[in-house]
Design a protein around this ligand. Structure first.
Ligand SMILES: *Cc1c(COP(=O)(O)O)cnc(C)c1O
Length: 231
Protein backbone atom coordinates (compact mmCIF):
# COMPACT_ATOMS: atom_id res chain seq x y z
CA UNK A 1 0.00 0.00 0.00
CA UNK A 2 1.30 3.41 -0.92
CA UNK A 3 1.94 6.16 1.59
CA UNK A 4 0.03 9.42 1.45
CA UNK A 5 3.07 11.09 -0.11
CA UNK A 6 3.26 8.50 -2.84
CA UNK A 7 -0.42 8.88 -3.63
CA UNK A 8 -0.11 12.63 -3.71
CA UNK A 9 2.87 12.38 -6.03
CA UNK A 10 0.91 10.20 -8.45
CA UNK A 11 -2.09 12.52 -8.35
CA UNK A 12 0.14 15.56 -8.82
CA UNK A 13 1.75 13.96 -11.88
CA UNK A 14 -1.68 13.13 -13.30
CA UNK A 15 -2.82 16.71 -12.75
CA UNK A 16 0.30 18.11 -14.42
CA UNK A 17 -0.17 15.79 -17.38
CA UNK A 18 -3.84 16.81 -17.75
CA UNK A 19 -2.79 20.47 -17.60
CA UNK A 20 -0.20 19.91 -20.29
CA UNK A 21 -2.68 18.09 -22.54
CA UNK A 22 -5.20 20.89 -22.22
CA UNK A 23 -2.85 23.90 -22.14
CA UNK A 24 -3.80 24.88 -18.61
CA UNK A 25 -1.78 26.15 -15.67
CA UNK A 26 -1.40 24.00 -12.56
CA UNK A 27 -1.95 27.00 -10.31
CA UNK A 28 -5.47 27.44 -11.68
CA UNK A 29 -6.55 24.16 -10.10
CA UNK A 30 -7.34 23.65 -6.42
CA UNK A 31 -7.15 20.14 -5.01
CA UNK A 32 -9.74 19.59 -2.29
CA UNK A 33 -8.93 16.54 -0.17
CA UNK A 34 -12.28 14.97 0.69
CA UNK A 35 -11.82 13.67 4.21
CA UNK A 36 -15.41 12.58 4.89
CA UNK A 37 -14.41 8.94 5.26
CA UNK A 38 -11.32 9.40 7.40
CA UNK A 39 -10.33 10.61 10.86
CA UNK A 40 -9.11 14.03 11.93
CA UNK A 41 -5.68 12.46 12.35
CA UNK A 42 -5.65 11.42 8.71
CA UNK A 43 -6.80 14.90 7.71
CA UNK A 44 -3.90 16.35 9.68
CA UNK A 45 -1.49 14.12 7.75
CA UNK A 46 -2.94 15.40 4.48
CA UNK A 47 -2.30 18.95 5.59
CA UNK A 48 1.26 18.06 6.53
CA UNK A 49 1.98 17.09 2.92
CA UNK A 50 0.85 20.52 1.76
CA UNK A 51 -2.90 20.28 1.11
CA UNK A 52 -4.71 23.49 2.09
CA UNK A 53 -8.31 22.60 1.22
CA UNK A 54 -10.48 20.00 2.94
CA UNK A 55 -13.93 18.83 1.86
CA UNK A 56 -16.62 17.33 4.08
CA UNK A 57 -20.21 16.36 3.34
CA UNK A 58 -21.75 16.52 6.82
CA UNK A 59 -21.71 19.24 9.50
CA UNK A 60 -20.42 16.66 12.00
CA UNK A 61 -17.42 16.01 9.74
CA UNK A 62 -16.54 19.71 9.68
CA UNK A 63 -16.81 20.05 13.46
CA UNK A 64 -14.81 16.89 14.06
CA UNK A 65 -11.91 18.01 11.84
CA UNK A 66 -11.93 21.54 13.25
CA UNK A 67 -11.44 20.31 16.81
CA UNK A 68 -7.85 19.49 15.90
CA UNK A 69 -7.08 21.48 12.80
CA UNK A 70 -6.79 25.23 12.99
CA UNK A 71 -9.05 27.23 10.75
CA UNK A 72 -6.61 29.94 9.86
CA UNK A 73 -4.58 28.17 7.26
CA UNK A 74 -7.14 25.69 5.90
CA UNK A 75 -10.05 26.29 3.55
CA UNK A 76 -13.03 24.15 4.43
CA UNK A 77 -15.48 23.17 1.69
CA UNK A 78 -18.95 21.81 2.37
CA UNK A 79 -19.73 19.44 -0.50
CA UNK A 80 -22.77 17.48 0.69
CA UNK A 81 -26.52 17.83 0.64
CA UNK A 82 -27.60 20.61 2.96
CA UNK A 83 -30.49 20.33 5.38
CA UNK A 84 -32.07 23.63 6.24
CA UNK A 85 -32.09 23.04 10.00
CA UNK A 86 -28.36 22.16 9.94
CA UNK A 87 -27.17 25.30 8.14
CA UNK A 88 -26.52 27.12 11.41
CA UNK A 89 -24.25 24.31 12.60
CA UNK A 90 -21.64 24.73 9.92
CA UNK A 91 -22.17 27.77 7.71
CA UNK A 92 -19.80 30.03 9.65
CA UNK A 93 -17.18 27.30 9.76
CA UNK A 94 -16.70 26.89 6.02
CA UNK A 95 -15.45 29.21 3.33
CA UNK A 96 -17.12 27.43 0.44
CA UNK A 97 -20.39 25.65 -0.22
CA UNK A 98 -20.44 23.44 -3.31
CA UNK A 99 -23.98 22.15 -3.21
CA UNK A 100 -26.38 25.08 -3.25
CA UNK A 101 -29.53 24.16 -5.19
CA UNK A 102 -32.54 25.33 -3.16
CA UNK A 103 -33.85 28.77 -2.34
CA UNK A 104 -34.88 27.78 1.20
CA UNK A 105 -31.24 26.90 1.94
CA UNK A 106 -30.15 30.25 0.53
CA UNK A 107 -32.63 32.03 2.79
CA UNK A 108 -31.39 30.11 5.81
CA UNK A 109 -27.81 31.08 4.92
CA UNK A 110 -28.91 34.70 4.68
CA UNK A 111 -30.24 34.46 8.23
CA UNK A 112 -27.35 32.57 9.77
CA UNK A 113 -24.13 33.56 7.98
CA UNK A 114 -22.08 36.33 9.53
CA UNK A 115 -20.15 36.94 6.30
CA UNK A 116 -20.79 36.20 2.62
CA UNK A 117 -20.29 32.54 1.67
CA UNK A 118 -18.64 31.62 -1.62
CA UNK A 119 -21.04 29.21 -3.28
CA UNK A 120 -21.13 26.86 -6.21
CA UNK A 121 -24.54 26.02 -7.64
CA UNK A 122 -24.92 22.26 -7.91
CA UNK A 123 -26.16 21.22 -11.33
CA UNK A 124 -27.58 17.84 -12.28
CA UNK A 125 -26.20 17.79 -15.79
CA UNK A 126 -26.71 14.09 -16.42
CA UNK A 127 -30.36 14.23 -15.37
CA UNK A 128 -30.15 11.08 -13.24
CA UNK A 129 -33.10 10.93 -10.83
CA UNK A 130 -30.90 10.00 -7.89
CA UNK A 131 -28.73 13.11 -8.16
CA UNK A 132 -29.29 16.42 -6.43
CA UNK A 133 -28.81 19.71 -8.21
CA UNK A 134 -30.73 21.95 -10.52
CA UNK A 135 -31.42 21.10 -14.11
CA UNK A 136 -29.19 23.21 -16.36
CA UNK A 137 -32.08 25.32 -17.66
CA UNK A 138 -33.06 26.27 -14.09
CA UNK A 139 -29.69 27.70 -13.09
CA UNK A 140 -29.99 31.21 -14.48
CA UNK A 141 -33.41 31.80 -12.93
CA UNK A 142 -32.16 30.49 -9.60
CA UNK A 143 -29.18 32.84 -9.62
CA UNK A 144 -31.53 35.73 -10.32
CA UNK A 145 -33.62 34.70 -7.32
CA UNK A 146 -30.43 34.89 -5.25
CA UNK A 147 -29.81 38.52 -6.18
CA UNK A 148 -31.38 39.81 -2.96
CA UNK A 149 -29.42 37.41 -0.81
CA UNK A 150 -26.24 39.29 -0.11
CA UNK A 151 -24.69 36.52 2.01
CA UNK A 152 -24.29 34.40 -1.10
CA UNK A 153 -21.73 34.94 -3.82
CA UNK A 154 -22.07 32.51 -6.70
CA UNK A 155 -18.46 31.85 -7.65
CA UNK A 156 -19.14 28.88 -9.89
CA UNK A 157 -20.97 25.67 -10.74
CA UNK A 158 -20.53 22.14 -9.42
CA UNK A 159 -21.54 18.76 -10.75
CA UNK A 160 -21.01 15.06 -10.22
CA UNK A 161 -20.48 12.89 -13.27
CA UNK A 162 -22.55 9.75 -13.71
CA UNK A 163 -21.10 6.58 -12.21
CA UNK A 164 -19.97 4.89 -15.41
CA UNK A 165 -16.88 3.64 -17.25
CA UNK A 166 -17.96 5.58 -20.31
CA UNK A 167 -15.33 8.32 -20.46
CA UNK A 168 -16.98 10.15 -23.32
CA UNK A 169 -20.20 10.40 -21.36
CA UNK A 170 -18.32 11.75 -18.33
CA UNK A 171 -16.48 14.21 -20.56
CA UNK A 172 -19.70 15.46 -22.15
CA UNK A 173 -21.19 16.14 -18.69
CA UNK A 174 -18.15 18.20 -17.66
CA UNK A 175 -18.14 20.01 -20.98
CA UNK A 176 -21.82 20.94 -20.62
CA UNK A 177 -21.14 22.39 -17.19
CA UNK A 178 -18.34 24.49 -18.59
CA UNK A 179 -20.58 25.82 -21.37
CA UNK A 180 -23.23 26.72 -18.81
CA UNK A 181 -20.60 28.40 -16.61
CA UNK A 182 -19.48 30.49 -19.57
CA UNK A 183 -23.07 31.51 -20.32
CA UNK A 184 -23.72 32.57 -16.74
CA UNK A 185 -20.45 34.44 -16.29
CA UNK A 186 -21.11 36.32 -19.55
CA UNK A 187 -24.20 37.82 -17.91
CA UNK A 188 -21.88 39.77 -15.58
CA UNK A 189 -24.27 39.46 -12.67
CA UNK A 190 -23.15 41.29 -9.60
CA UNK A 191 -23.95 38.43 -7.24
CA UNK A 192 -22.56 35.77 -9.56
CA UNK A 193 -19.11 36.18 -11.10
CA UNK A 194 -19.41 32.42 -11.76
CA UNK A 195 -15.88 31.79 -12.98
CA UNK A 196 -15.16 28.50 -11.18
CA UNK A 197 -15.95 24.86 -11.95
CA UNK A 198 -16.05 22.26 -9.18
CA UNK A 199 -15.94 18.89 -10.93
CA UNK A 200 -13.90 15.72 -10.90
CA UNK A 201 -13.46 13.09 -8.18
CA UNK A 202 -11.04 10.17 -7.69
CA UNK A 203 -12.10 8.38 -10.87
CA UNK A 204 -12.50 11.26 -13.25
CA UNK A 205 -10.45 14.26 -12.09
CA UNK A 206 -8.08 14.17 -15.08
CA UNK A 207 -11.02 14.36 -17.51
CA UNK A 208 -12.49 17.17 -15.43
CA UNK A 209 -9.24 19.15 -15.59
CA UNK A 210 -9.05 18.69 -19.35
CA UNK A 211 -12.58 20.10 -19.50
CA UNK A 212 -11.82 23.12 -17.34
CA UNK A 213 -12.25 22.16 -13.66
CA UNK A 214 -10.85 24.73 -11.25
CA UNK A 215 -11.62 22.62 -8.15
CA UNK A 216 -11.26 18.85 -8.04
CA UNK A 217 -12.68 16.96 -5.05
CA UNK A 218 -10.51 13.93 -4.40
CA UNK A 219 -11.33 11.46 -1.63
CA UNK A 220 -10.41 7.78 -1.85
CA UNK A 221 -7.55 8.13 -4.37
CA UNK A 222 -5.74 10.47 -1.97
CA UNK A 223 -6.74 9.78 1.62
CA UNK A 224 -8.09 6.26 1.18
CA UNK A 225 -10.73 5.02 3.55
CA UNK A 226 -10.13 4.49 7.23
CA UNK A 227 -10.67 0.74 7.02
CA UNK A 228 -7.64 0.27 4.77
CA UNK A 229 -5.30 0.82 7.69
CA UNK A 230 -2.37 1.65 5.47
CA UNK A 231 1.05 3.04 6.45
C1 LIG B 1 -17.30 11.81 -1.51
C2 LIG B 1 -17.34 12.91 -2.49
C3 LIG B 1 -16.23 13.17 -3.30
C4 LIG B 1 -14.96 12.36 -3.30
O1 LIG B 1 -15.20 11.12 -3.89
P1 LIG B 1 -14.01 10.09 -4.21
O2 LIG B 1 -14.59 9.22 -5.27
O3 LIG B 1 -13.73 9.37 -2.95
O4 LIG B 1 -12.87 10.87 -4.70
C5 LIG B 1 -16.32 14.27 -4.15
N1 LIG B 1 -17.43 15.04 -4.21
C6 LIG B 1 -18.51 14.79 -3.47
C7 LIG B 1 -19.71 15.68 -3.58
C8 LIG B 1 -18.51 13.71 -2.58
O5 LIG B 1 -19.60 13.47 -1.84
Amino acid sequence: METLQQRMKIIEEEIQAACTRSGRKRQDITVIAVTKQVSAKRAQEVIEIGITDLGENRPEGILNKQKDISLDTINYHFIGNVQSRKVKDFINKVGFLHSLDRINIAKEIQKRATAPVECFIQVNVSGEESKSGLHPEEVEGFIQELAEIDKIRVIGLMTMAPFTQDEELIRSVFRSLRVLRDQISALNLENAPCTQLSMGMSNDYTIAIEEGATHVRIGTALVGTESEGDE
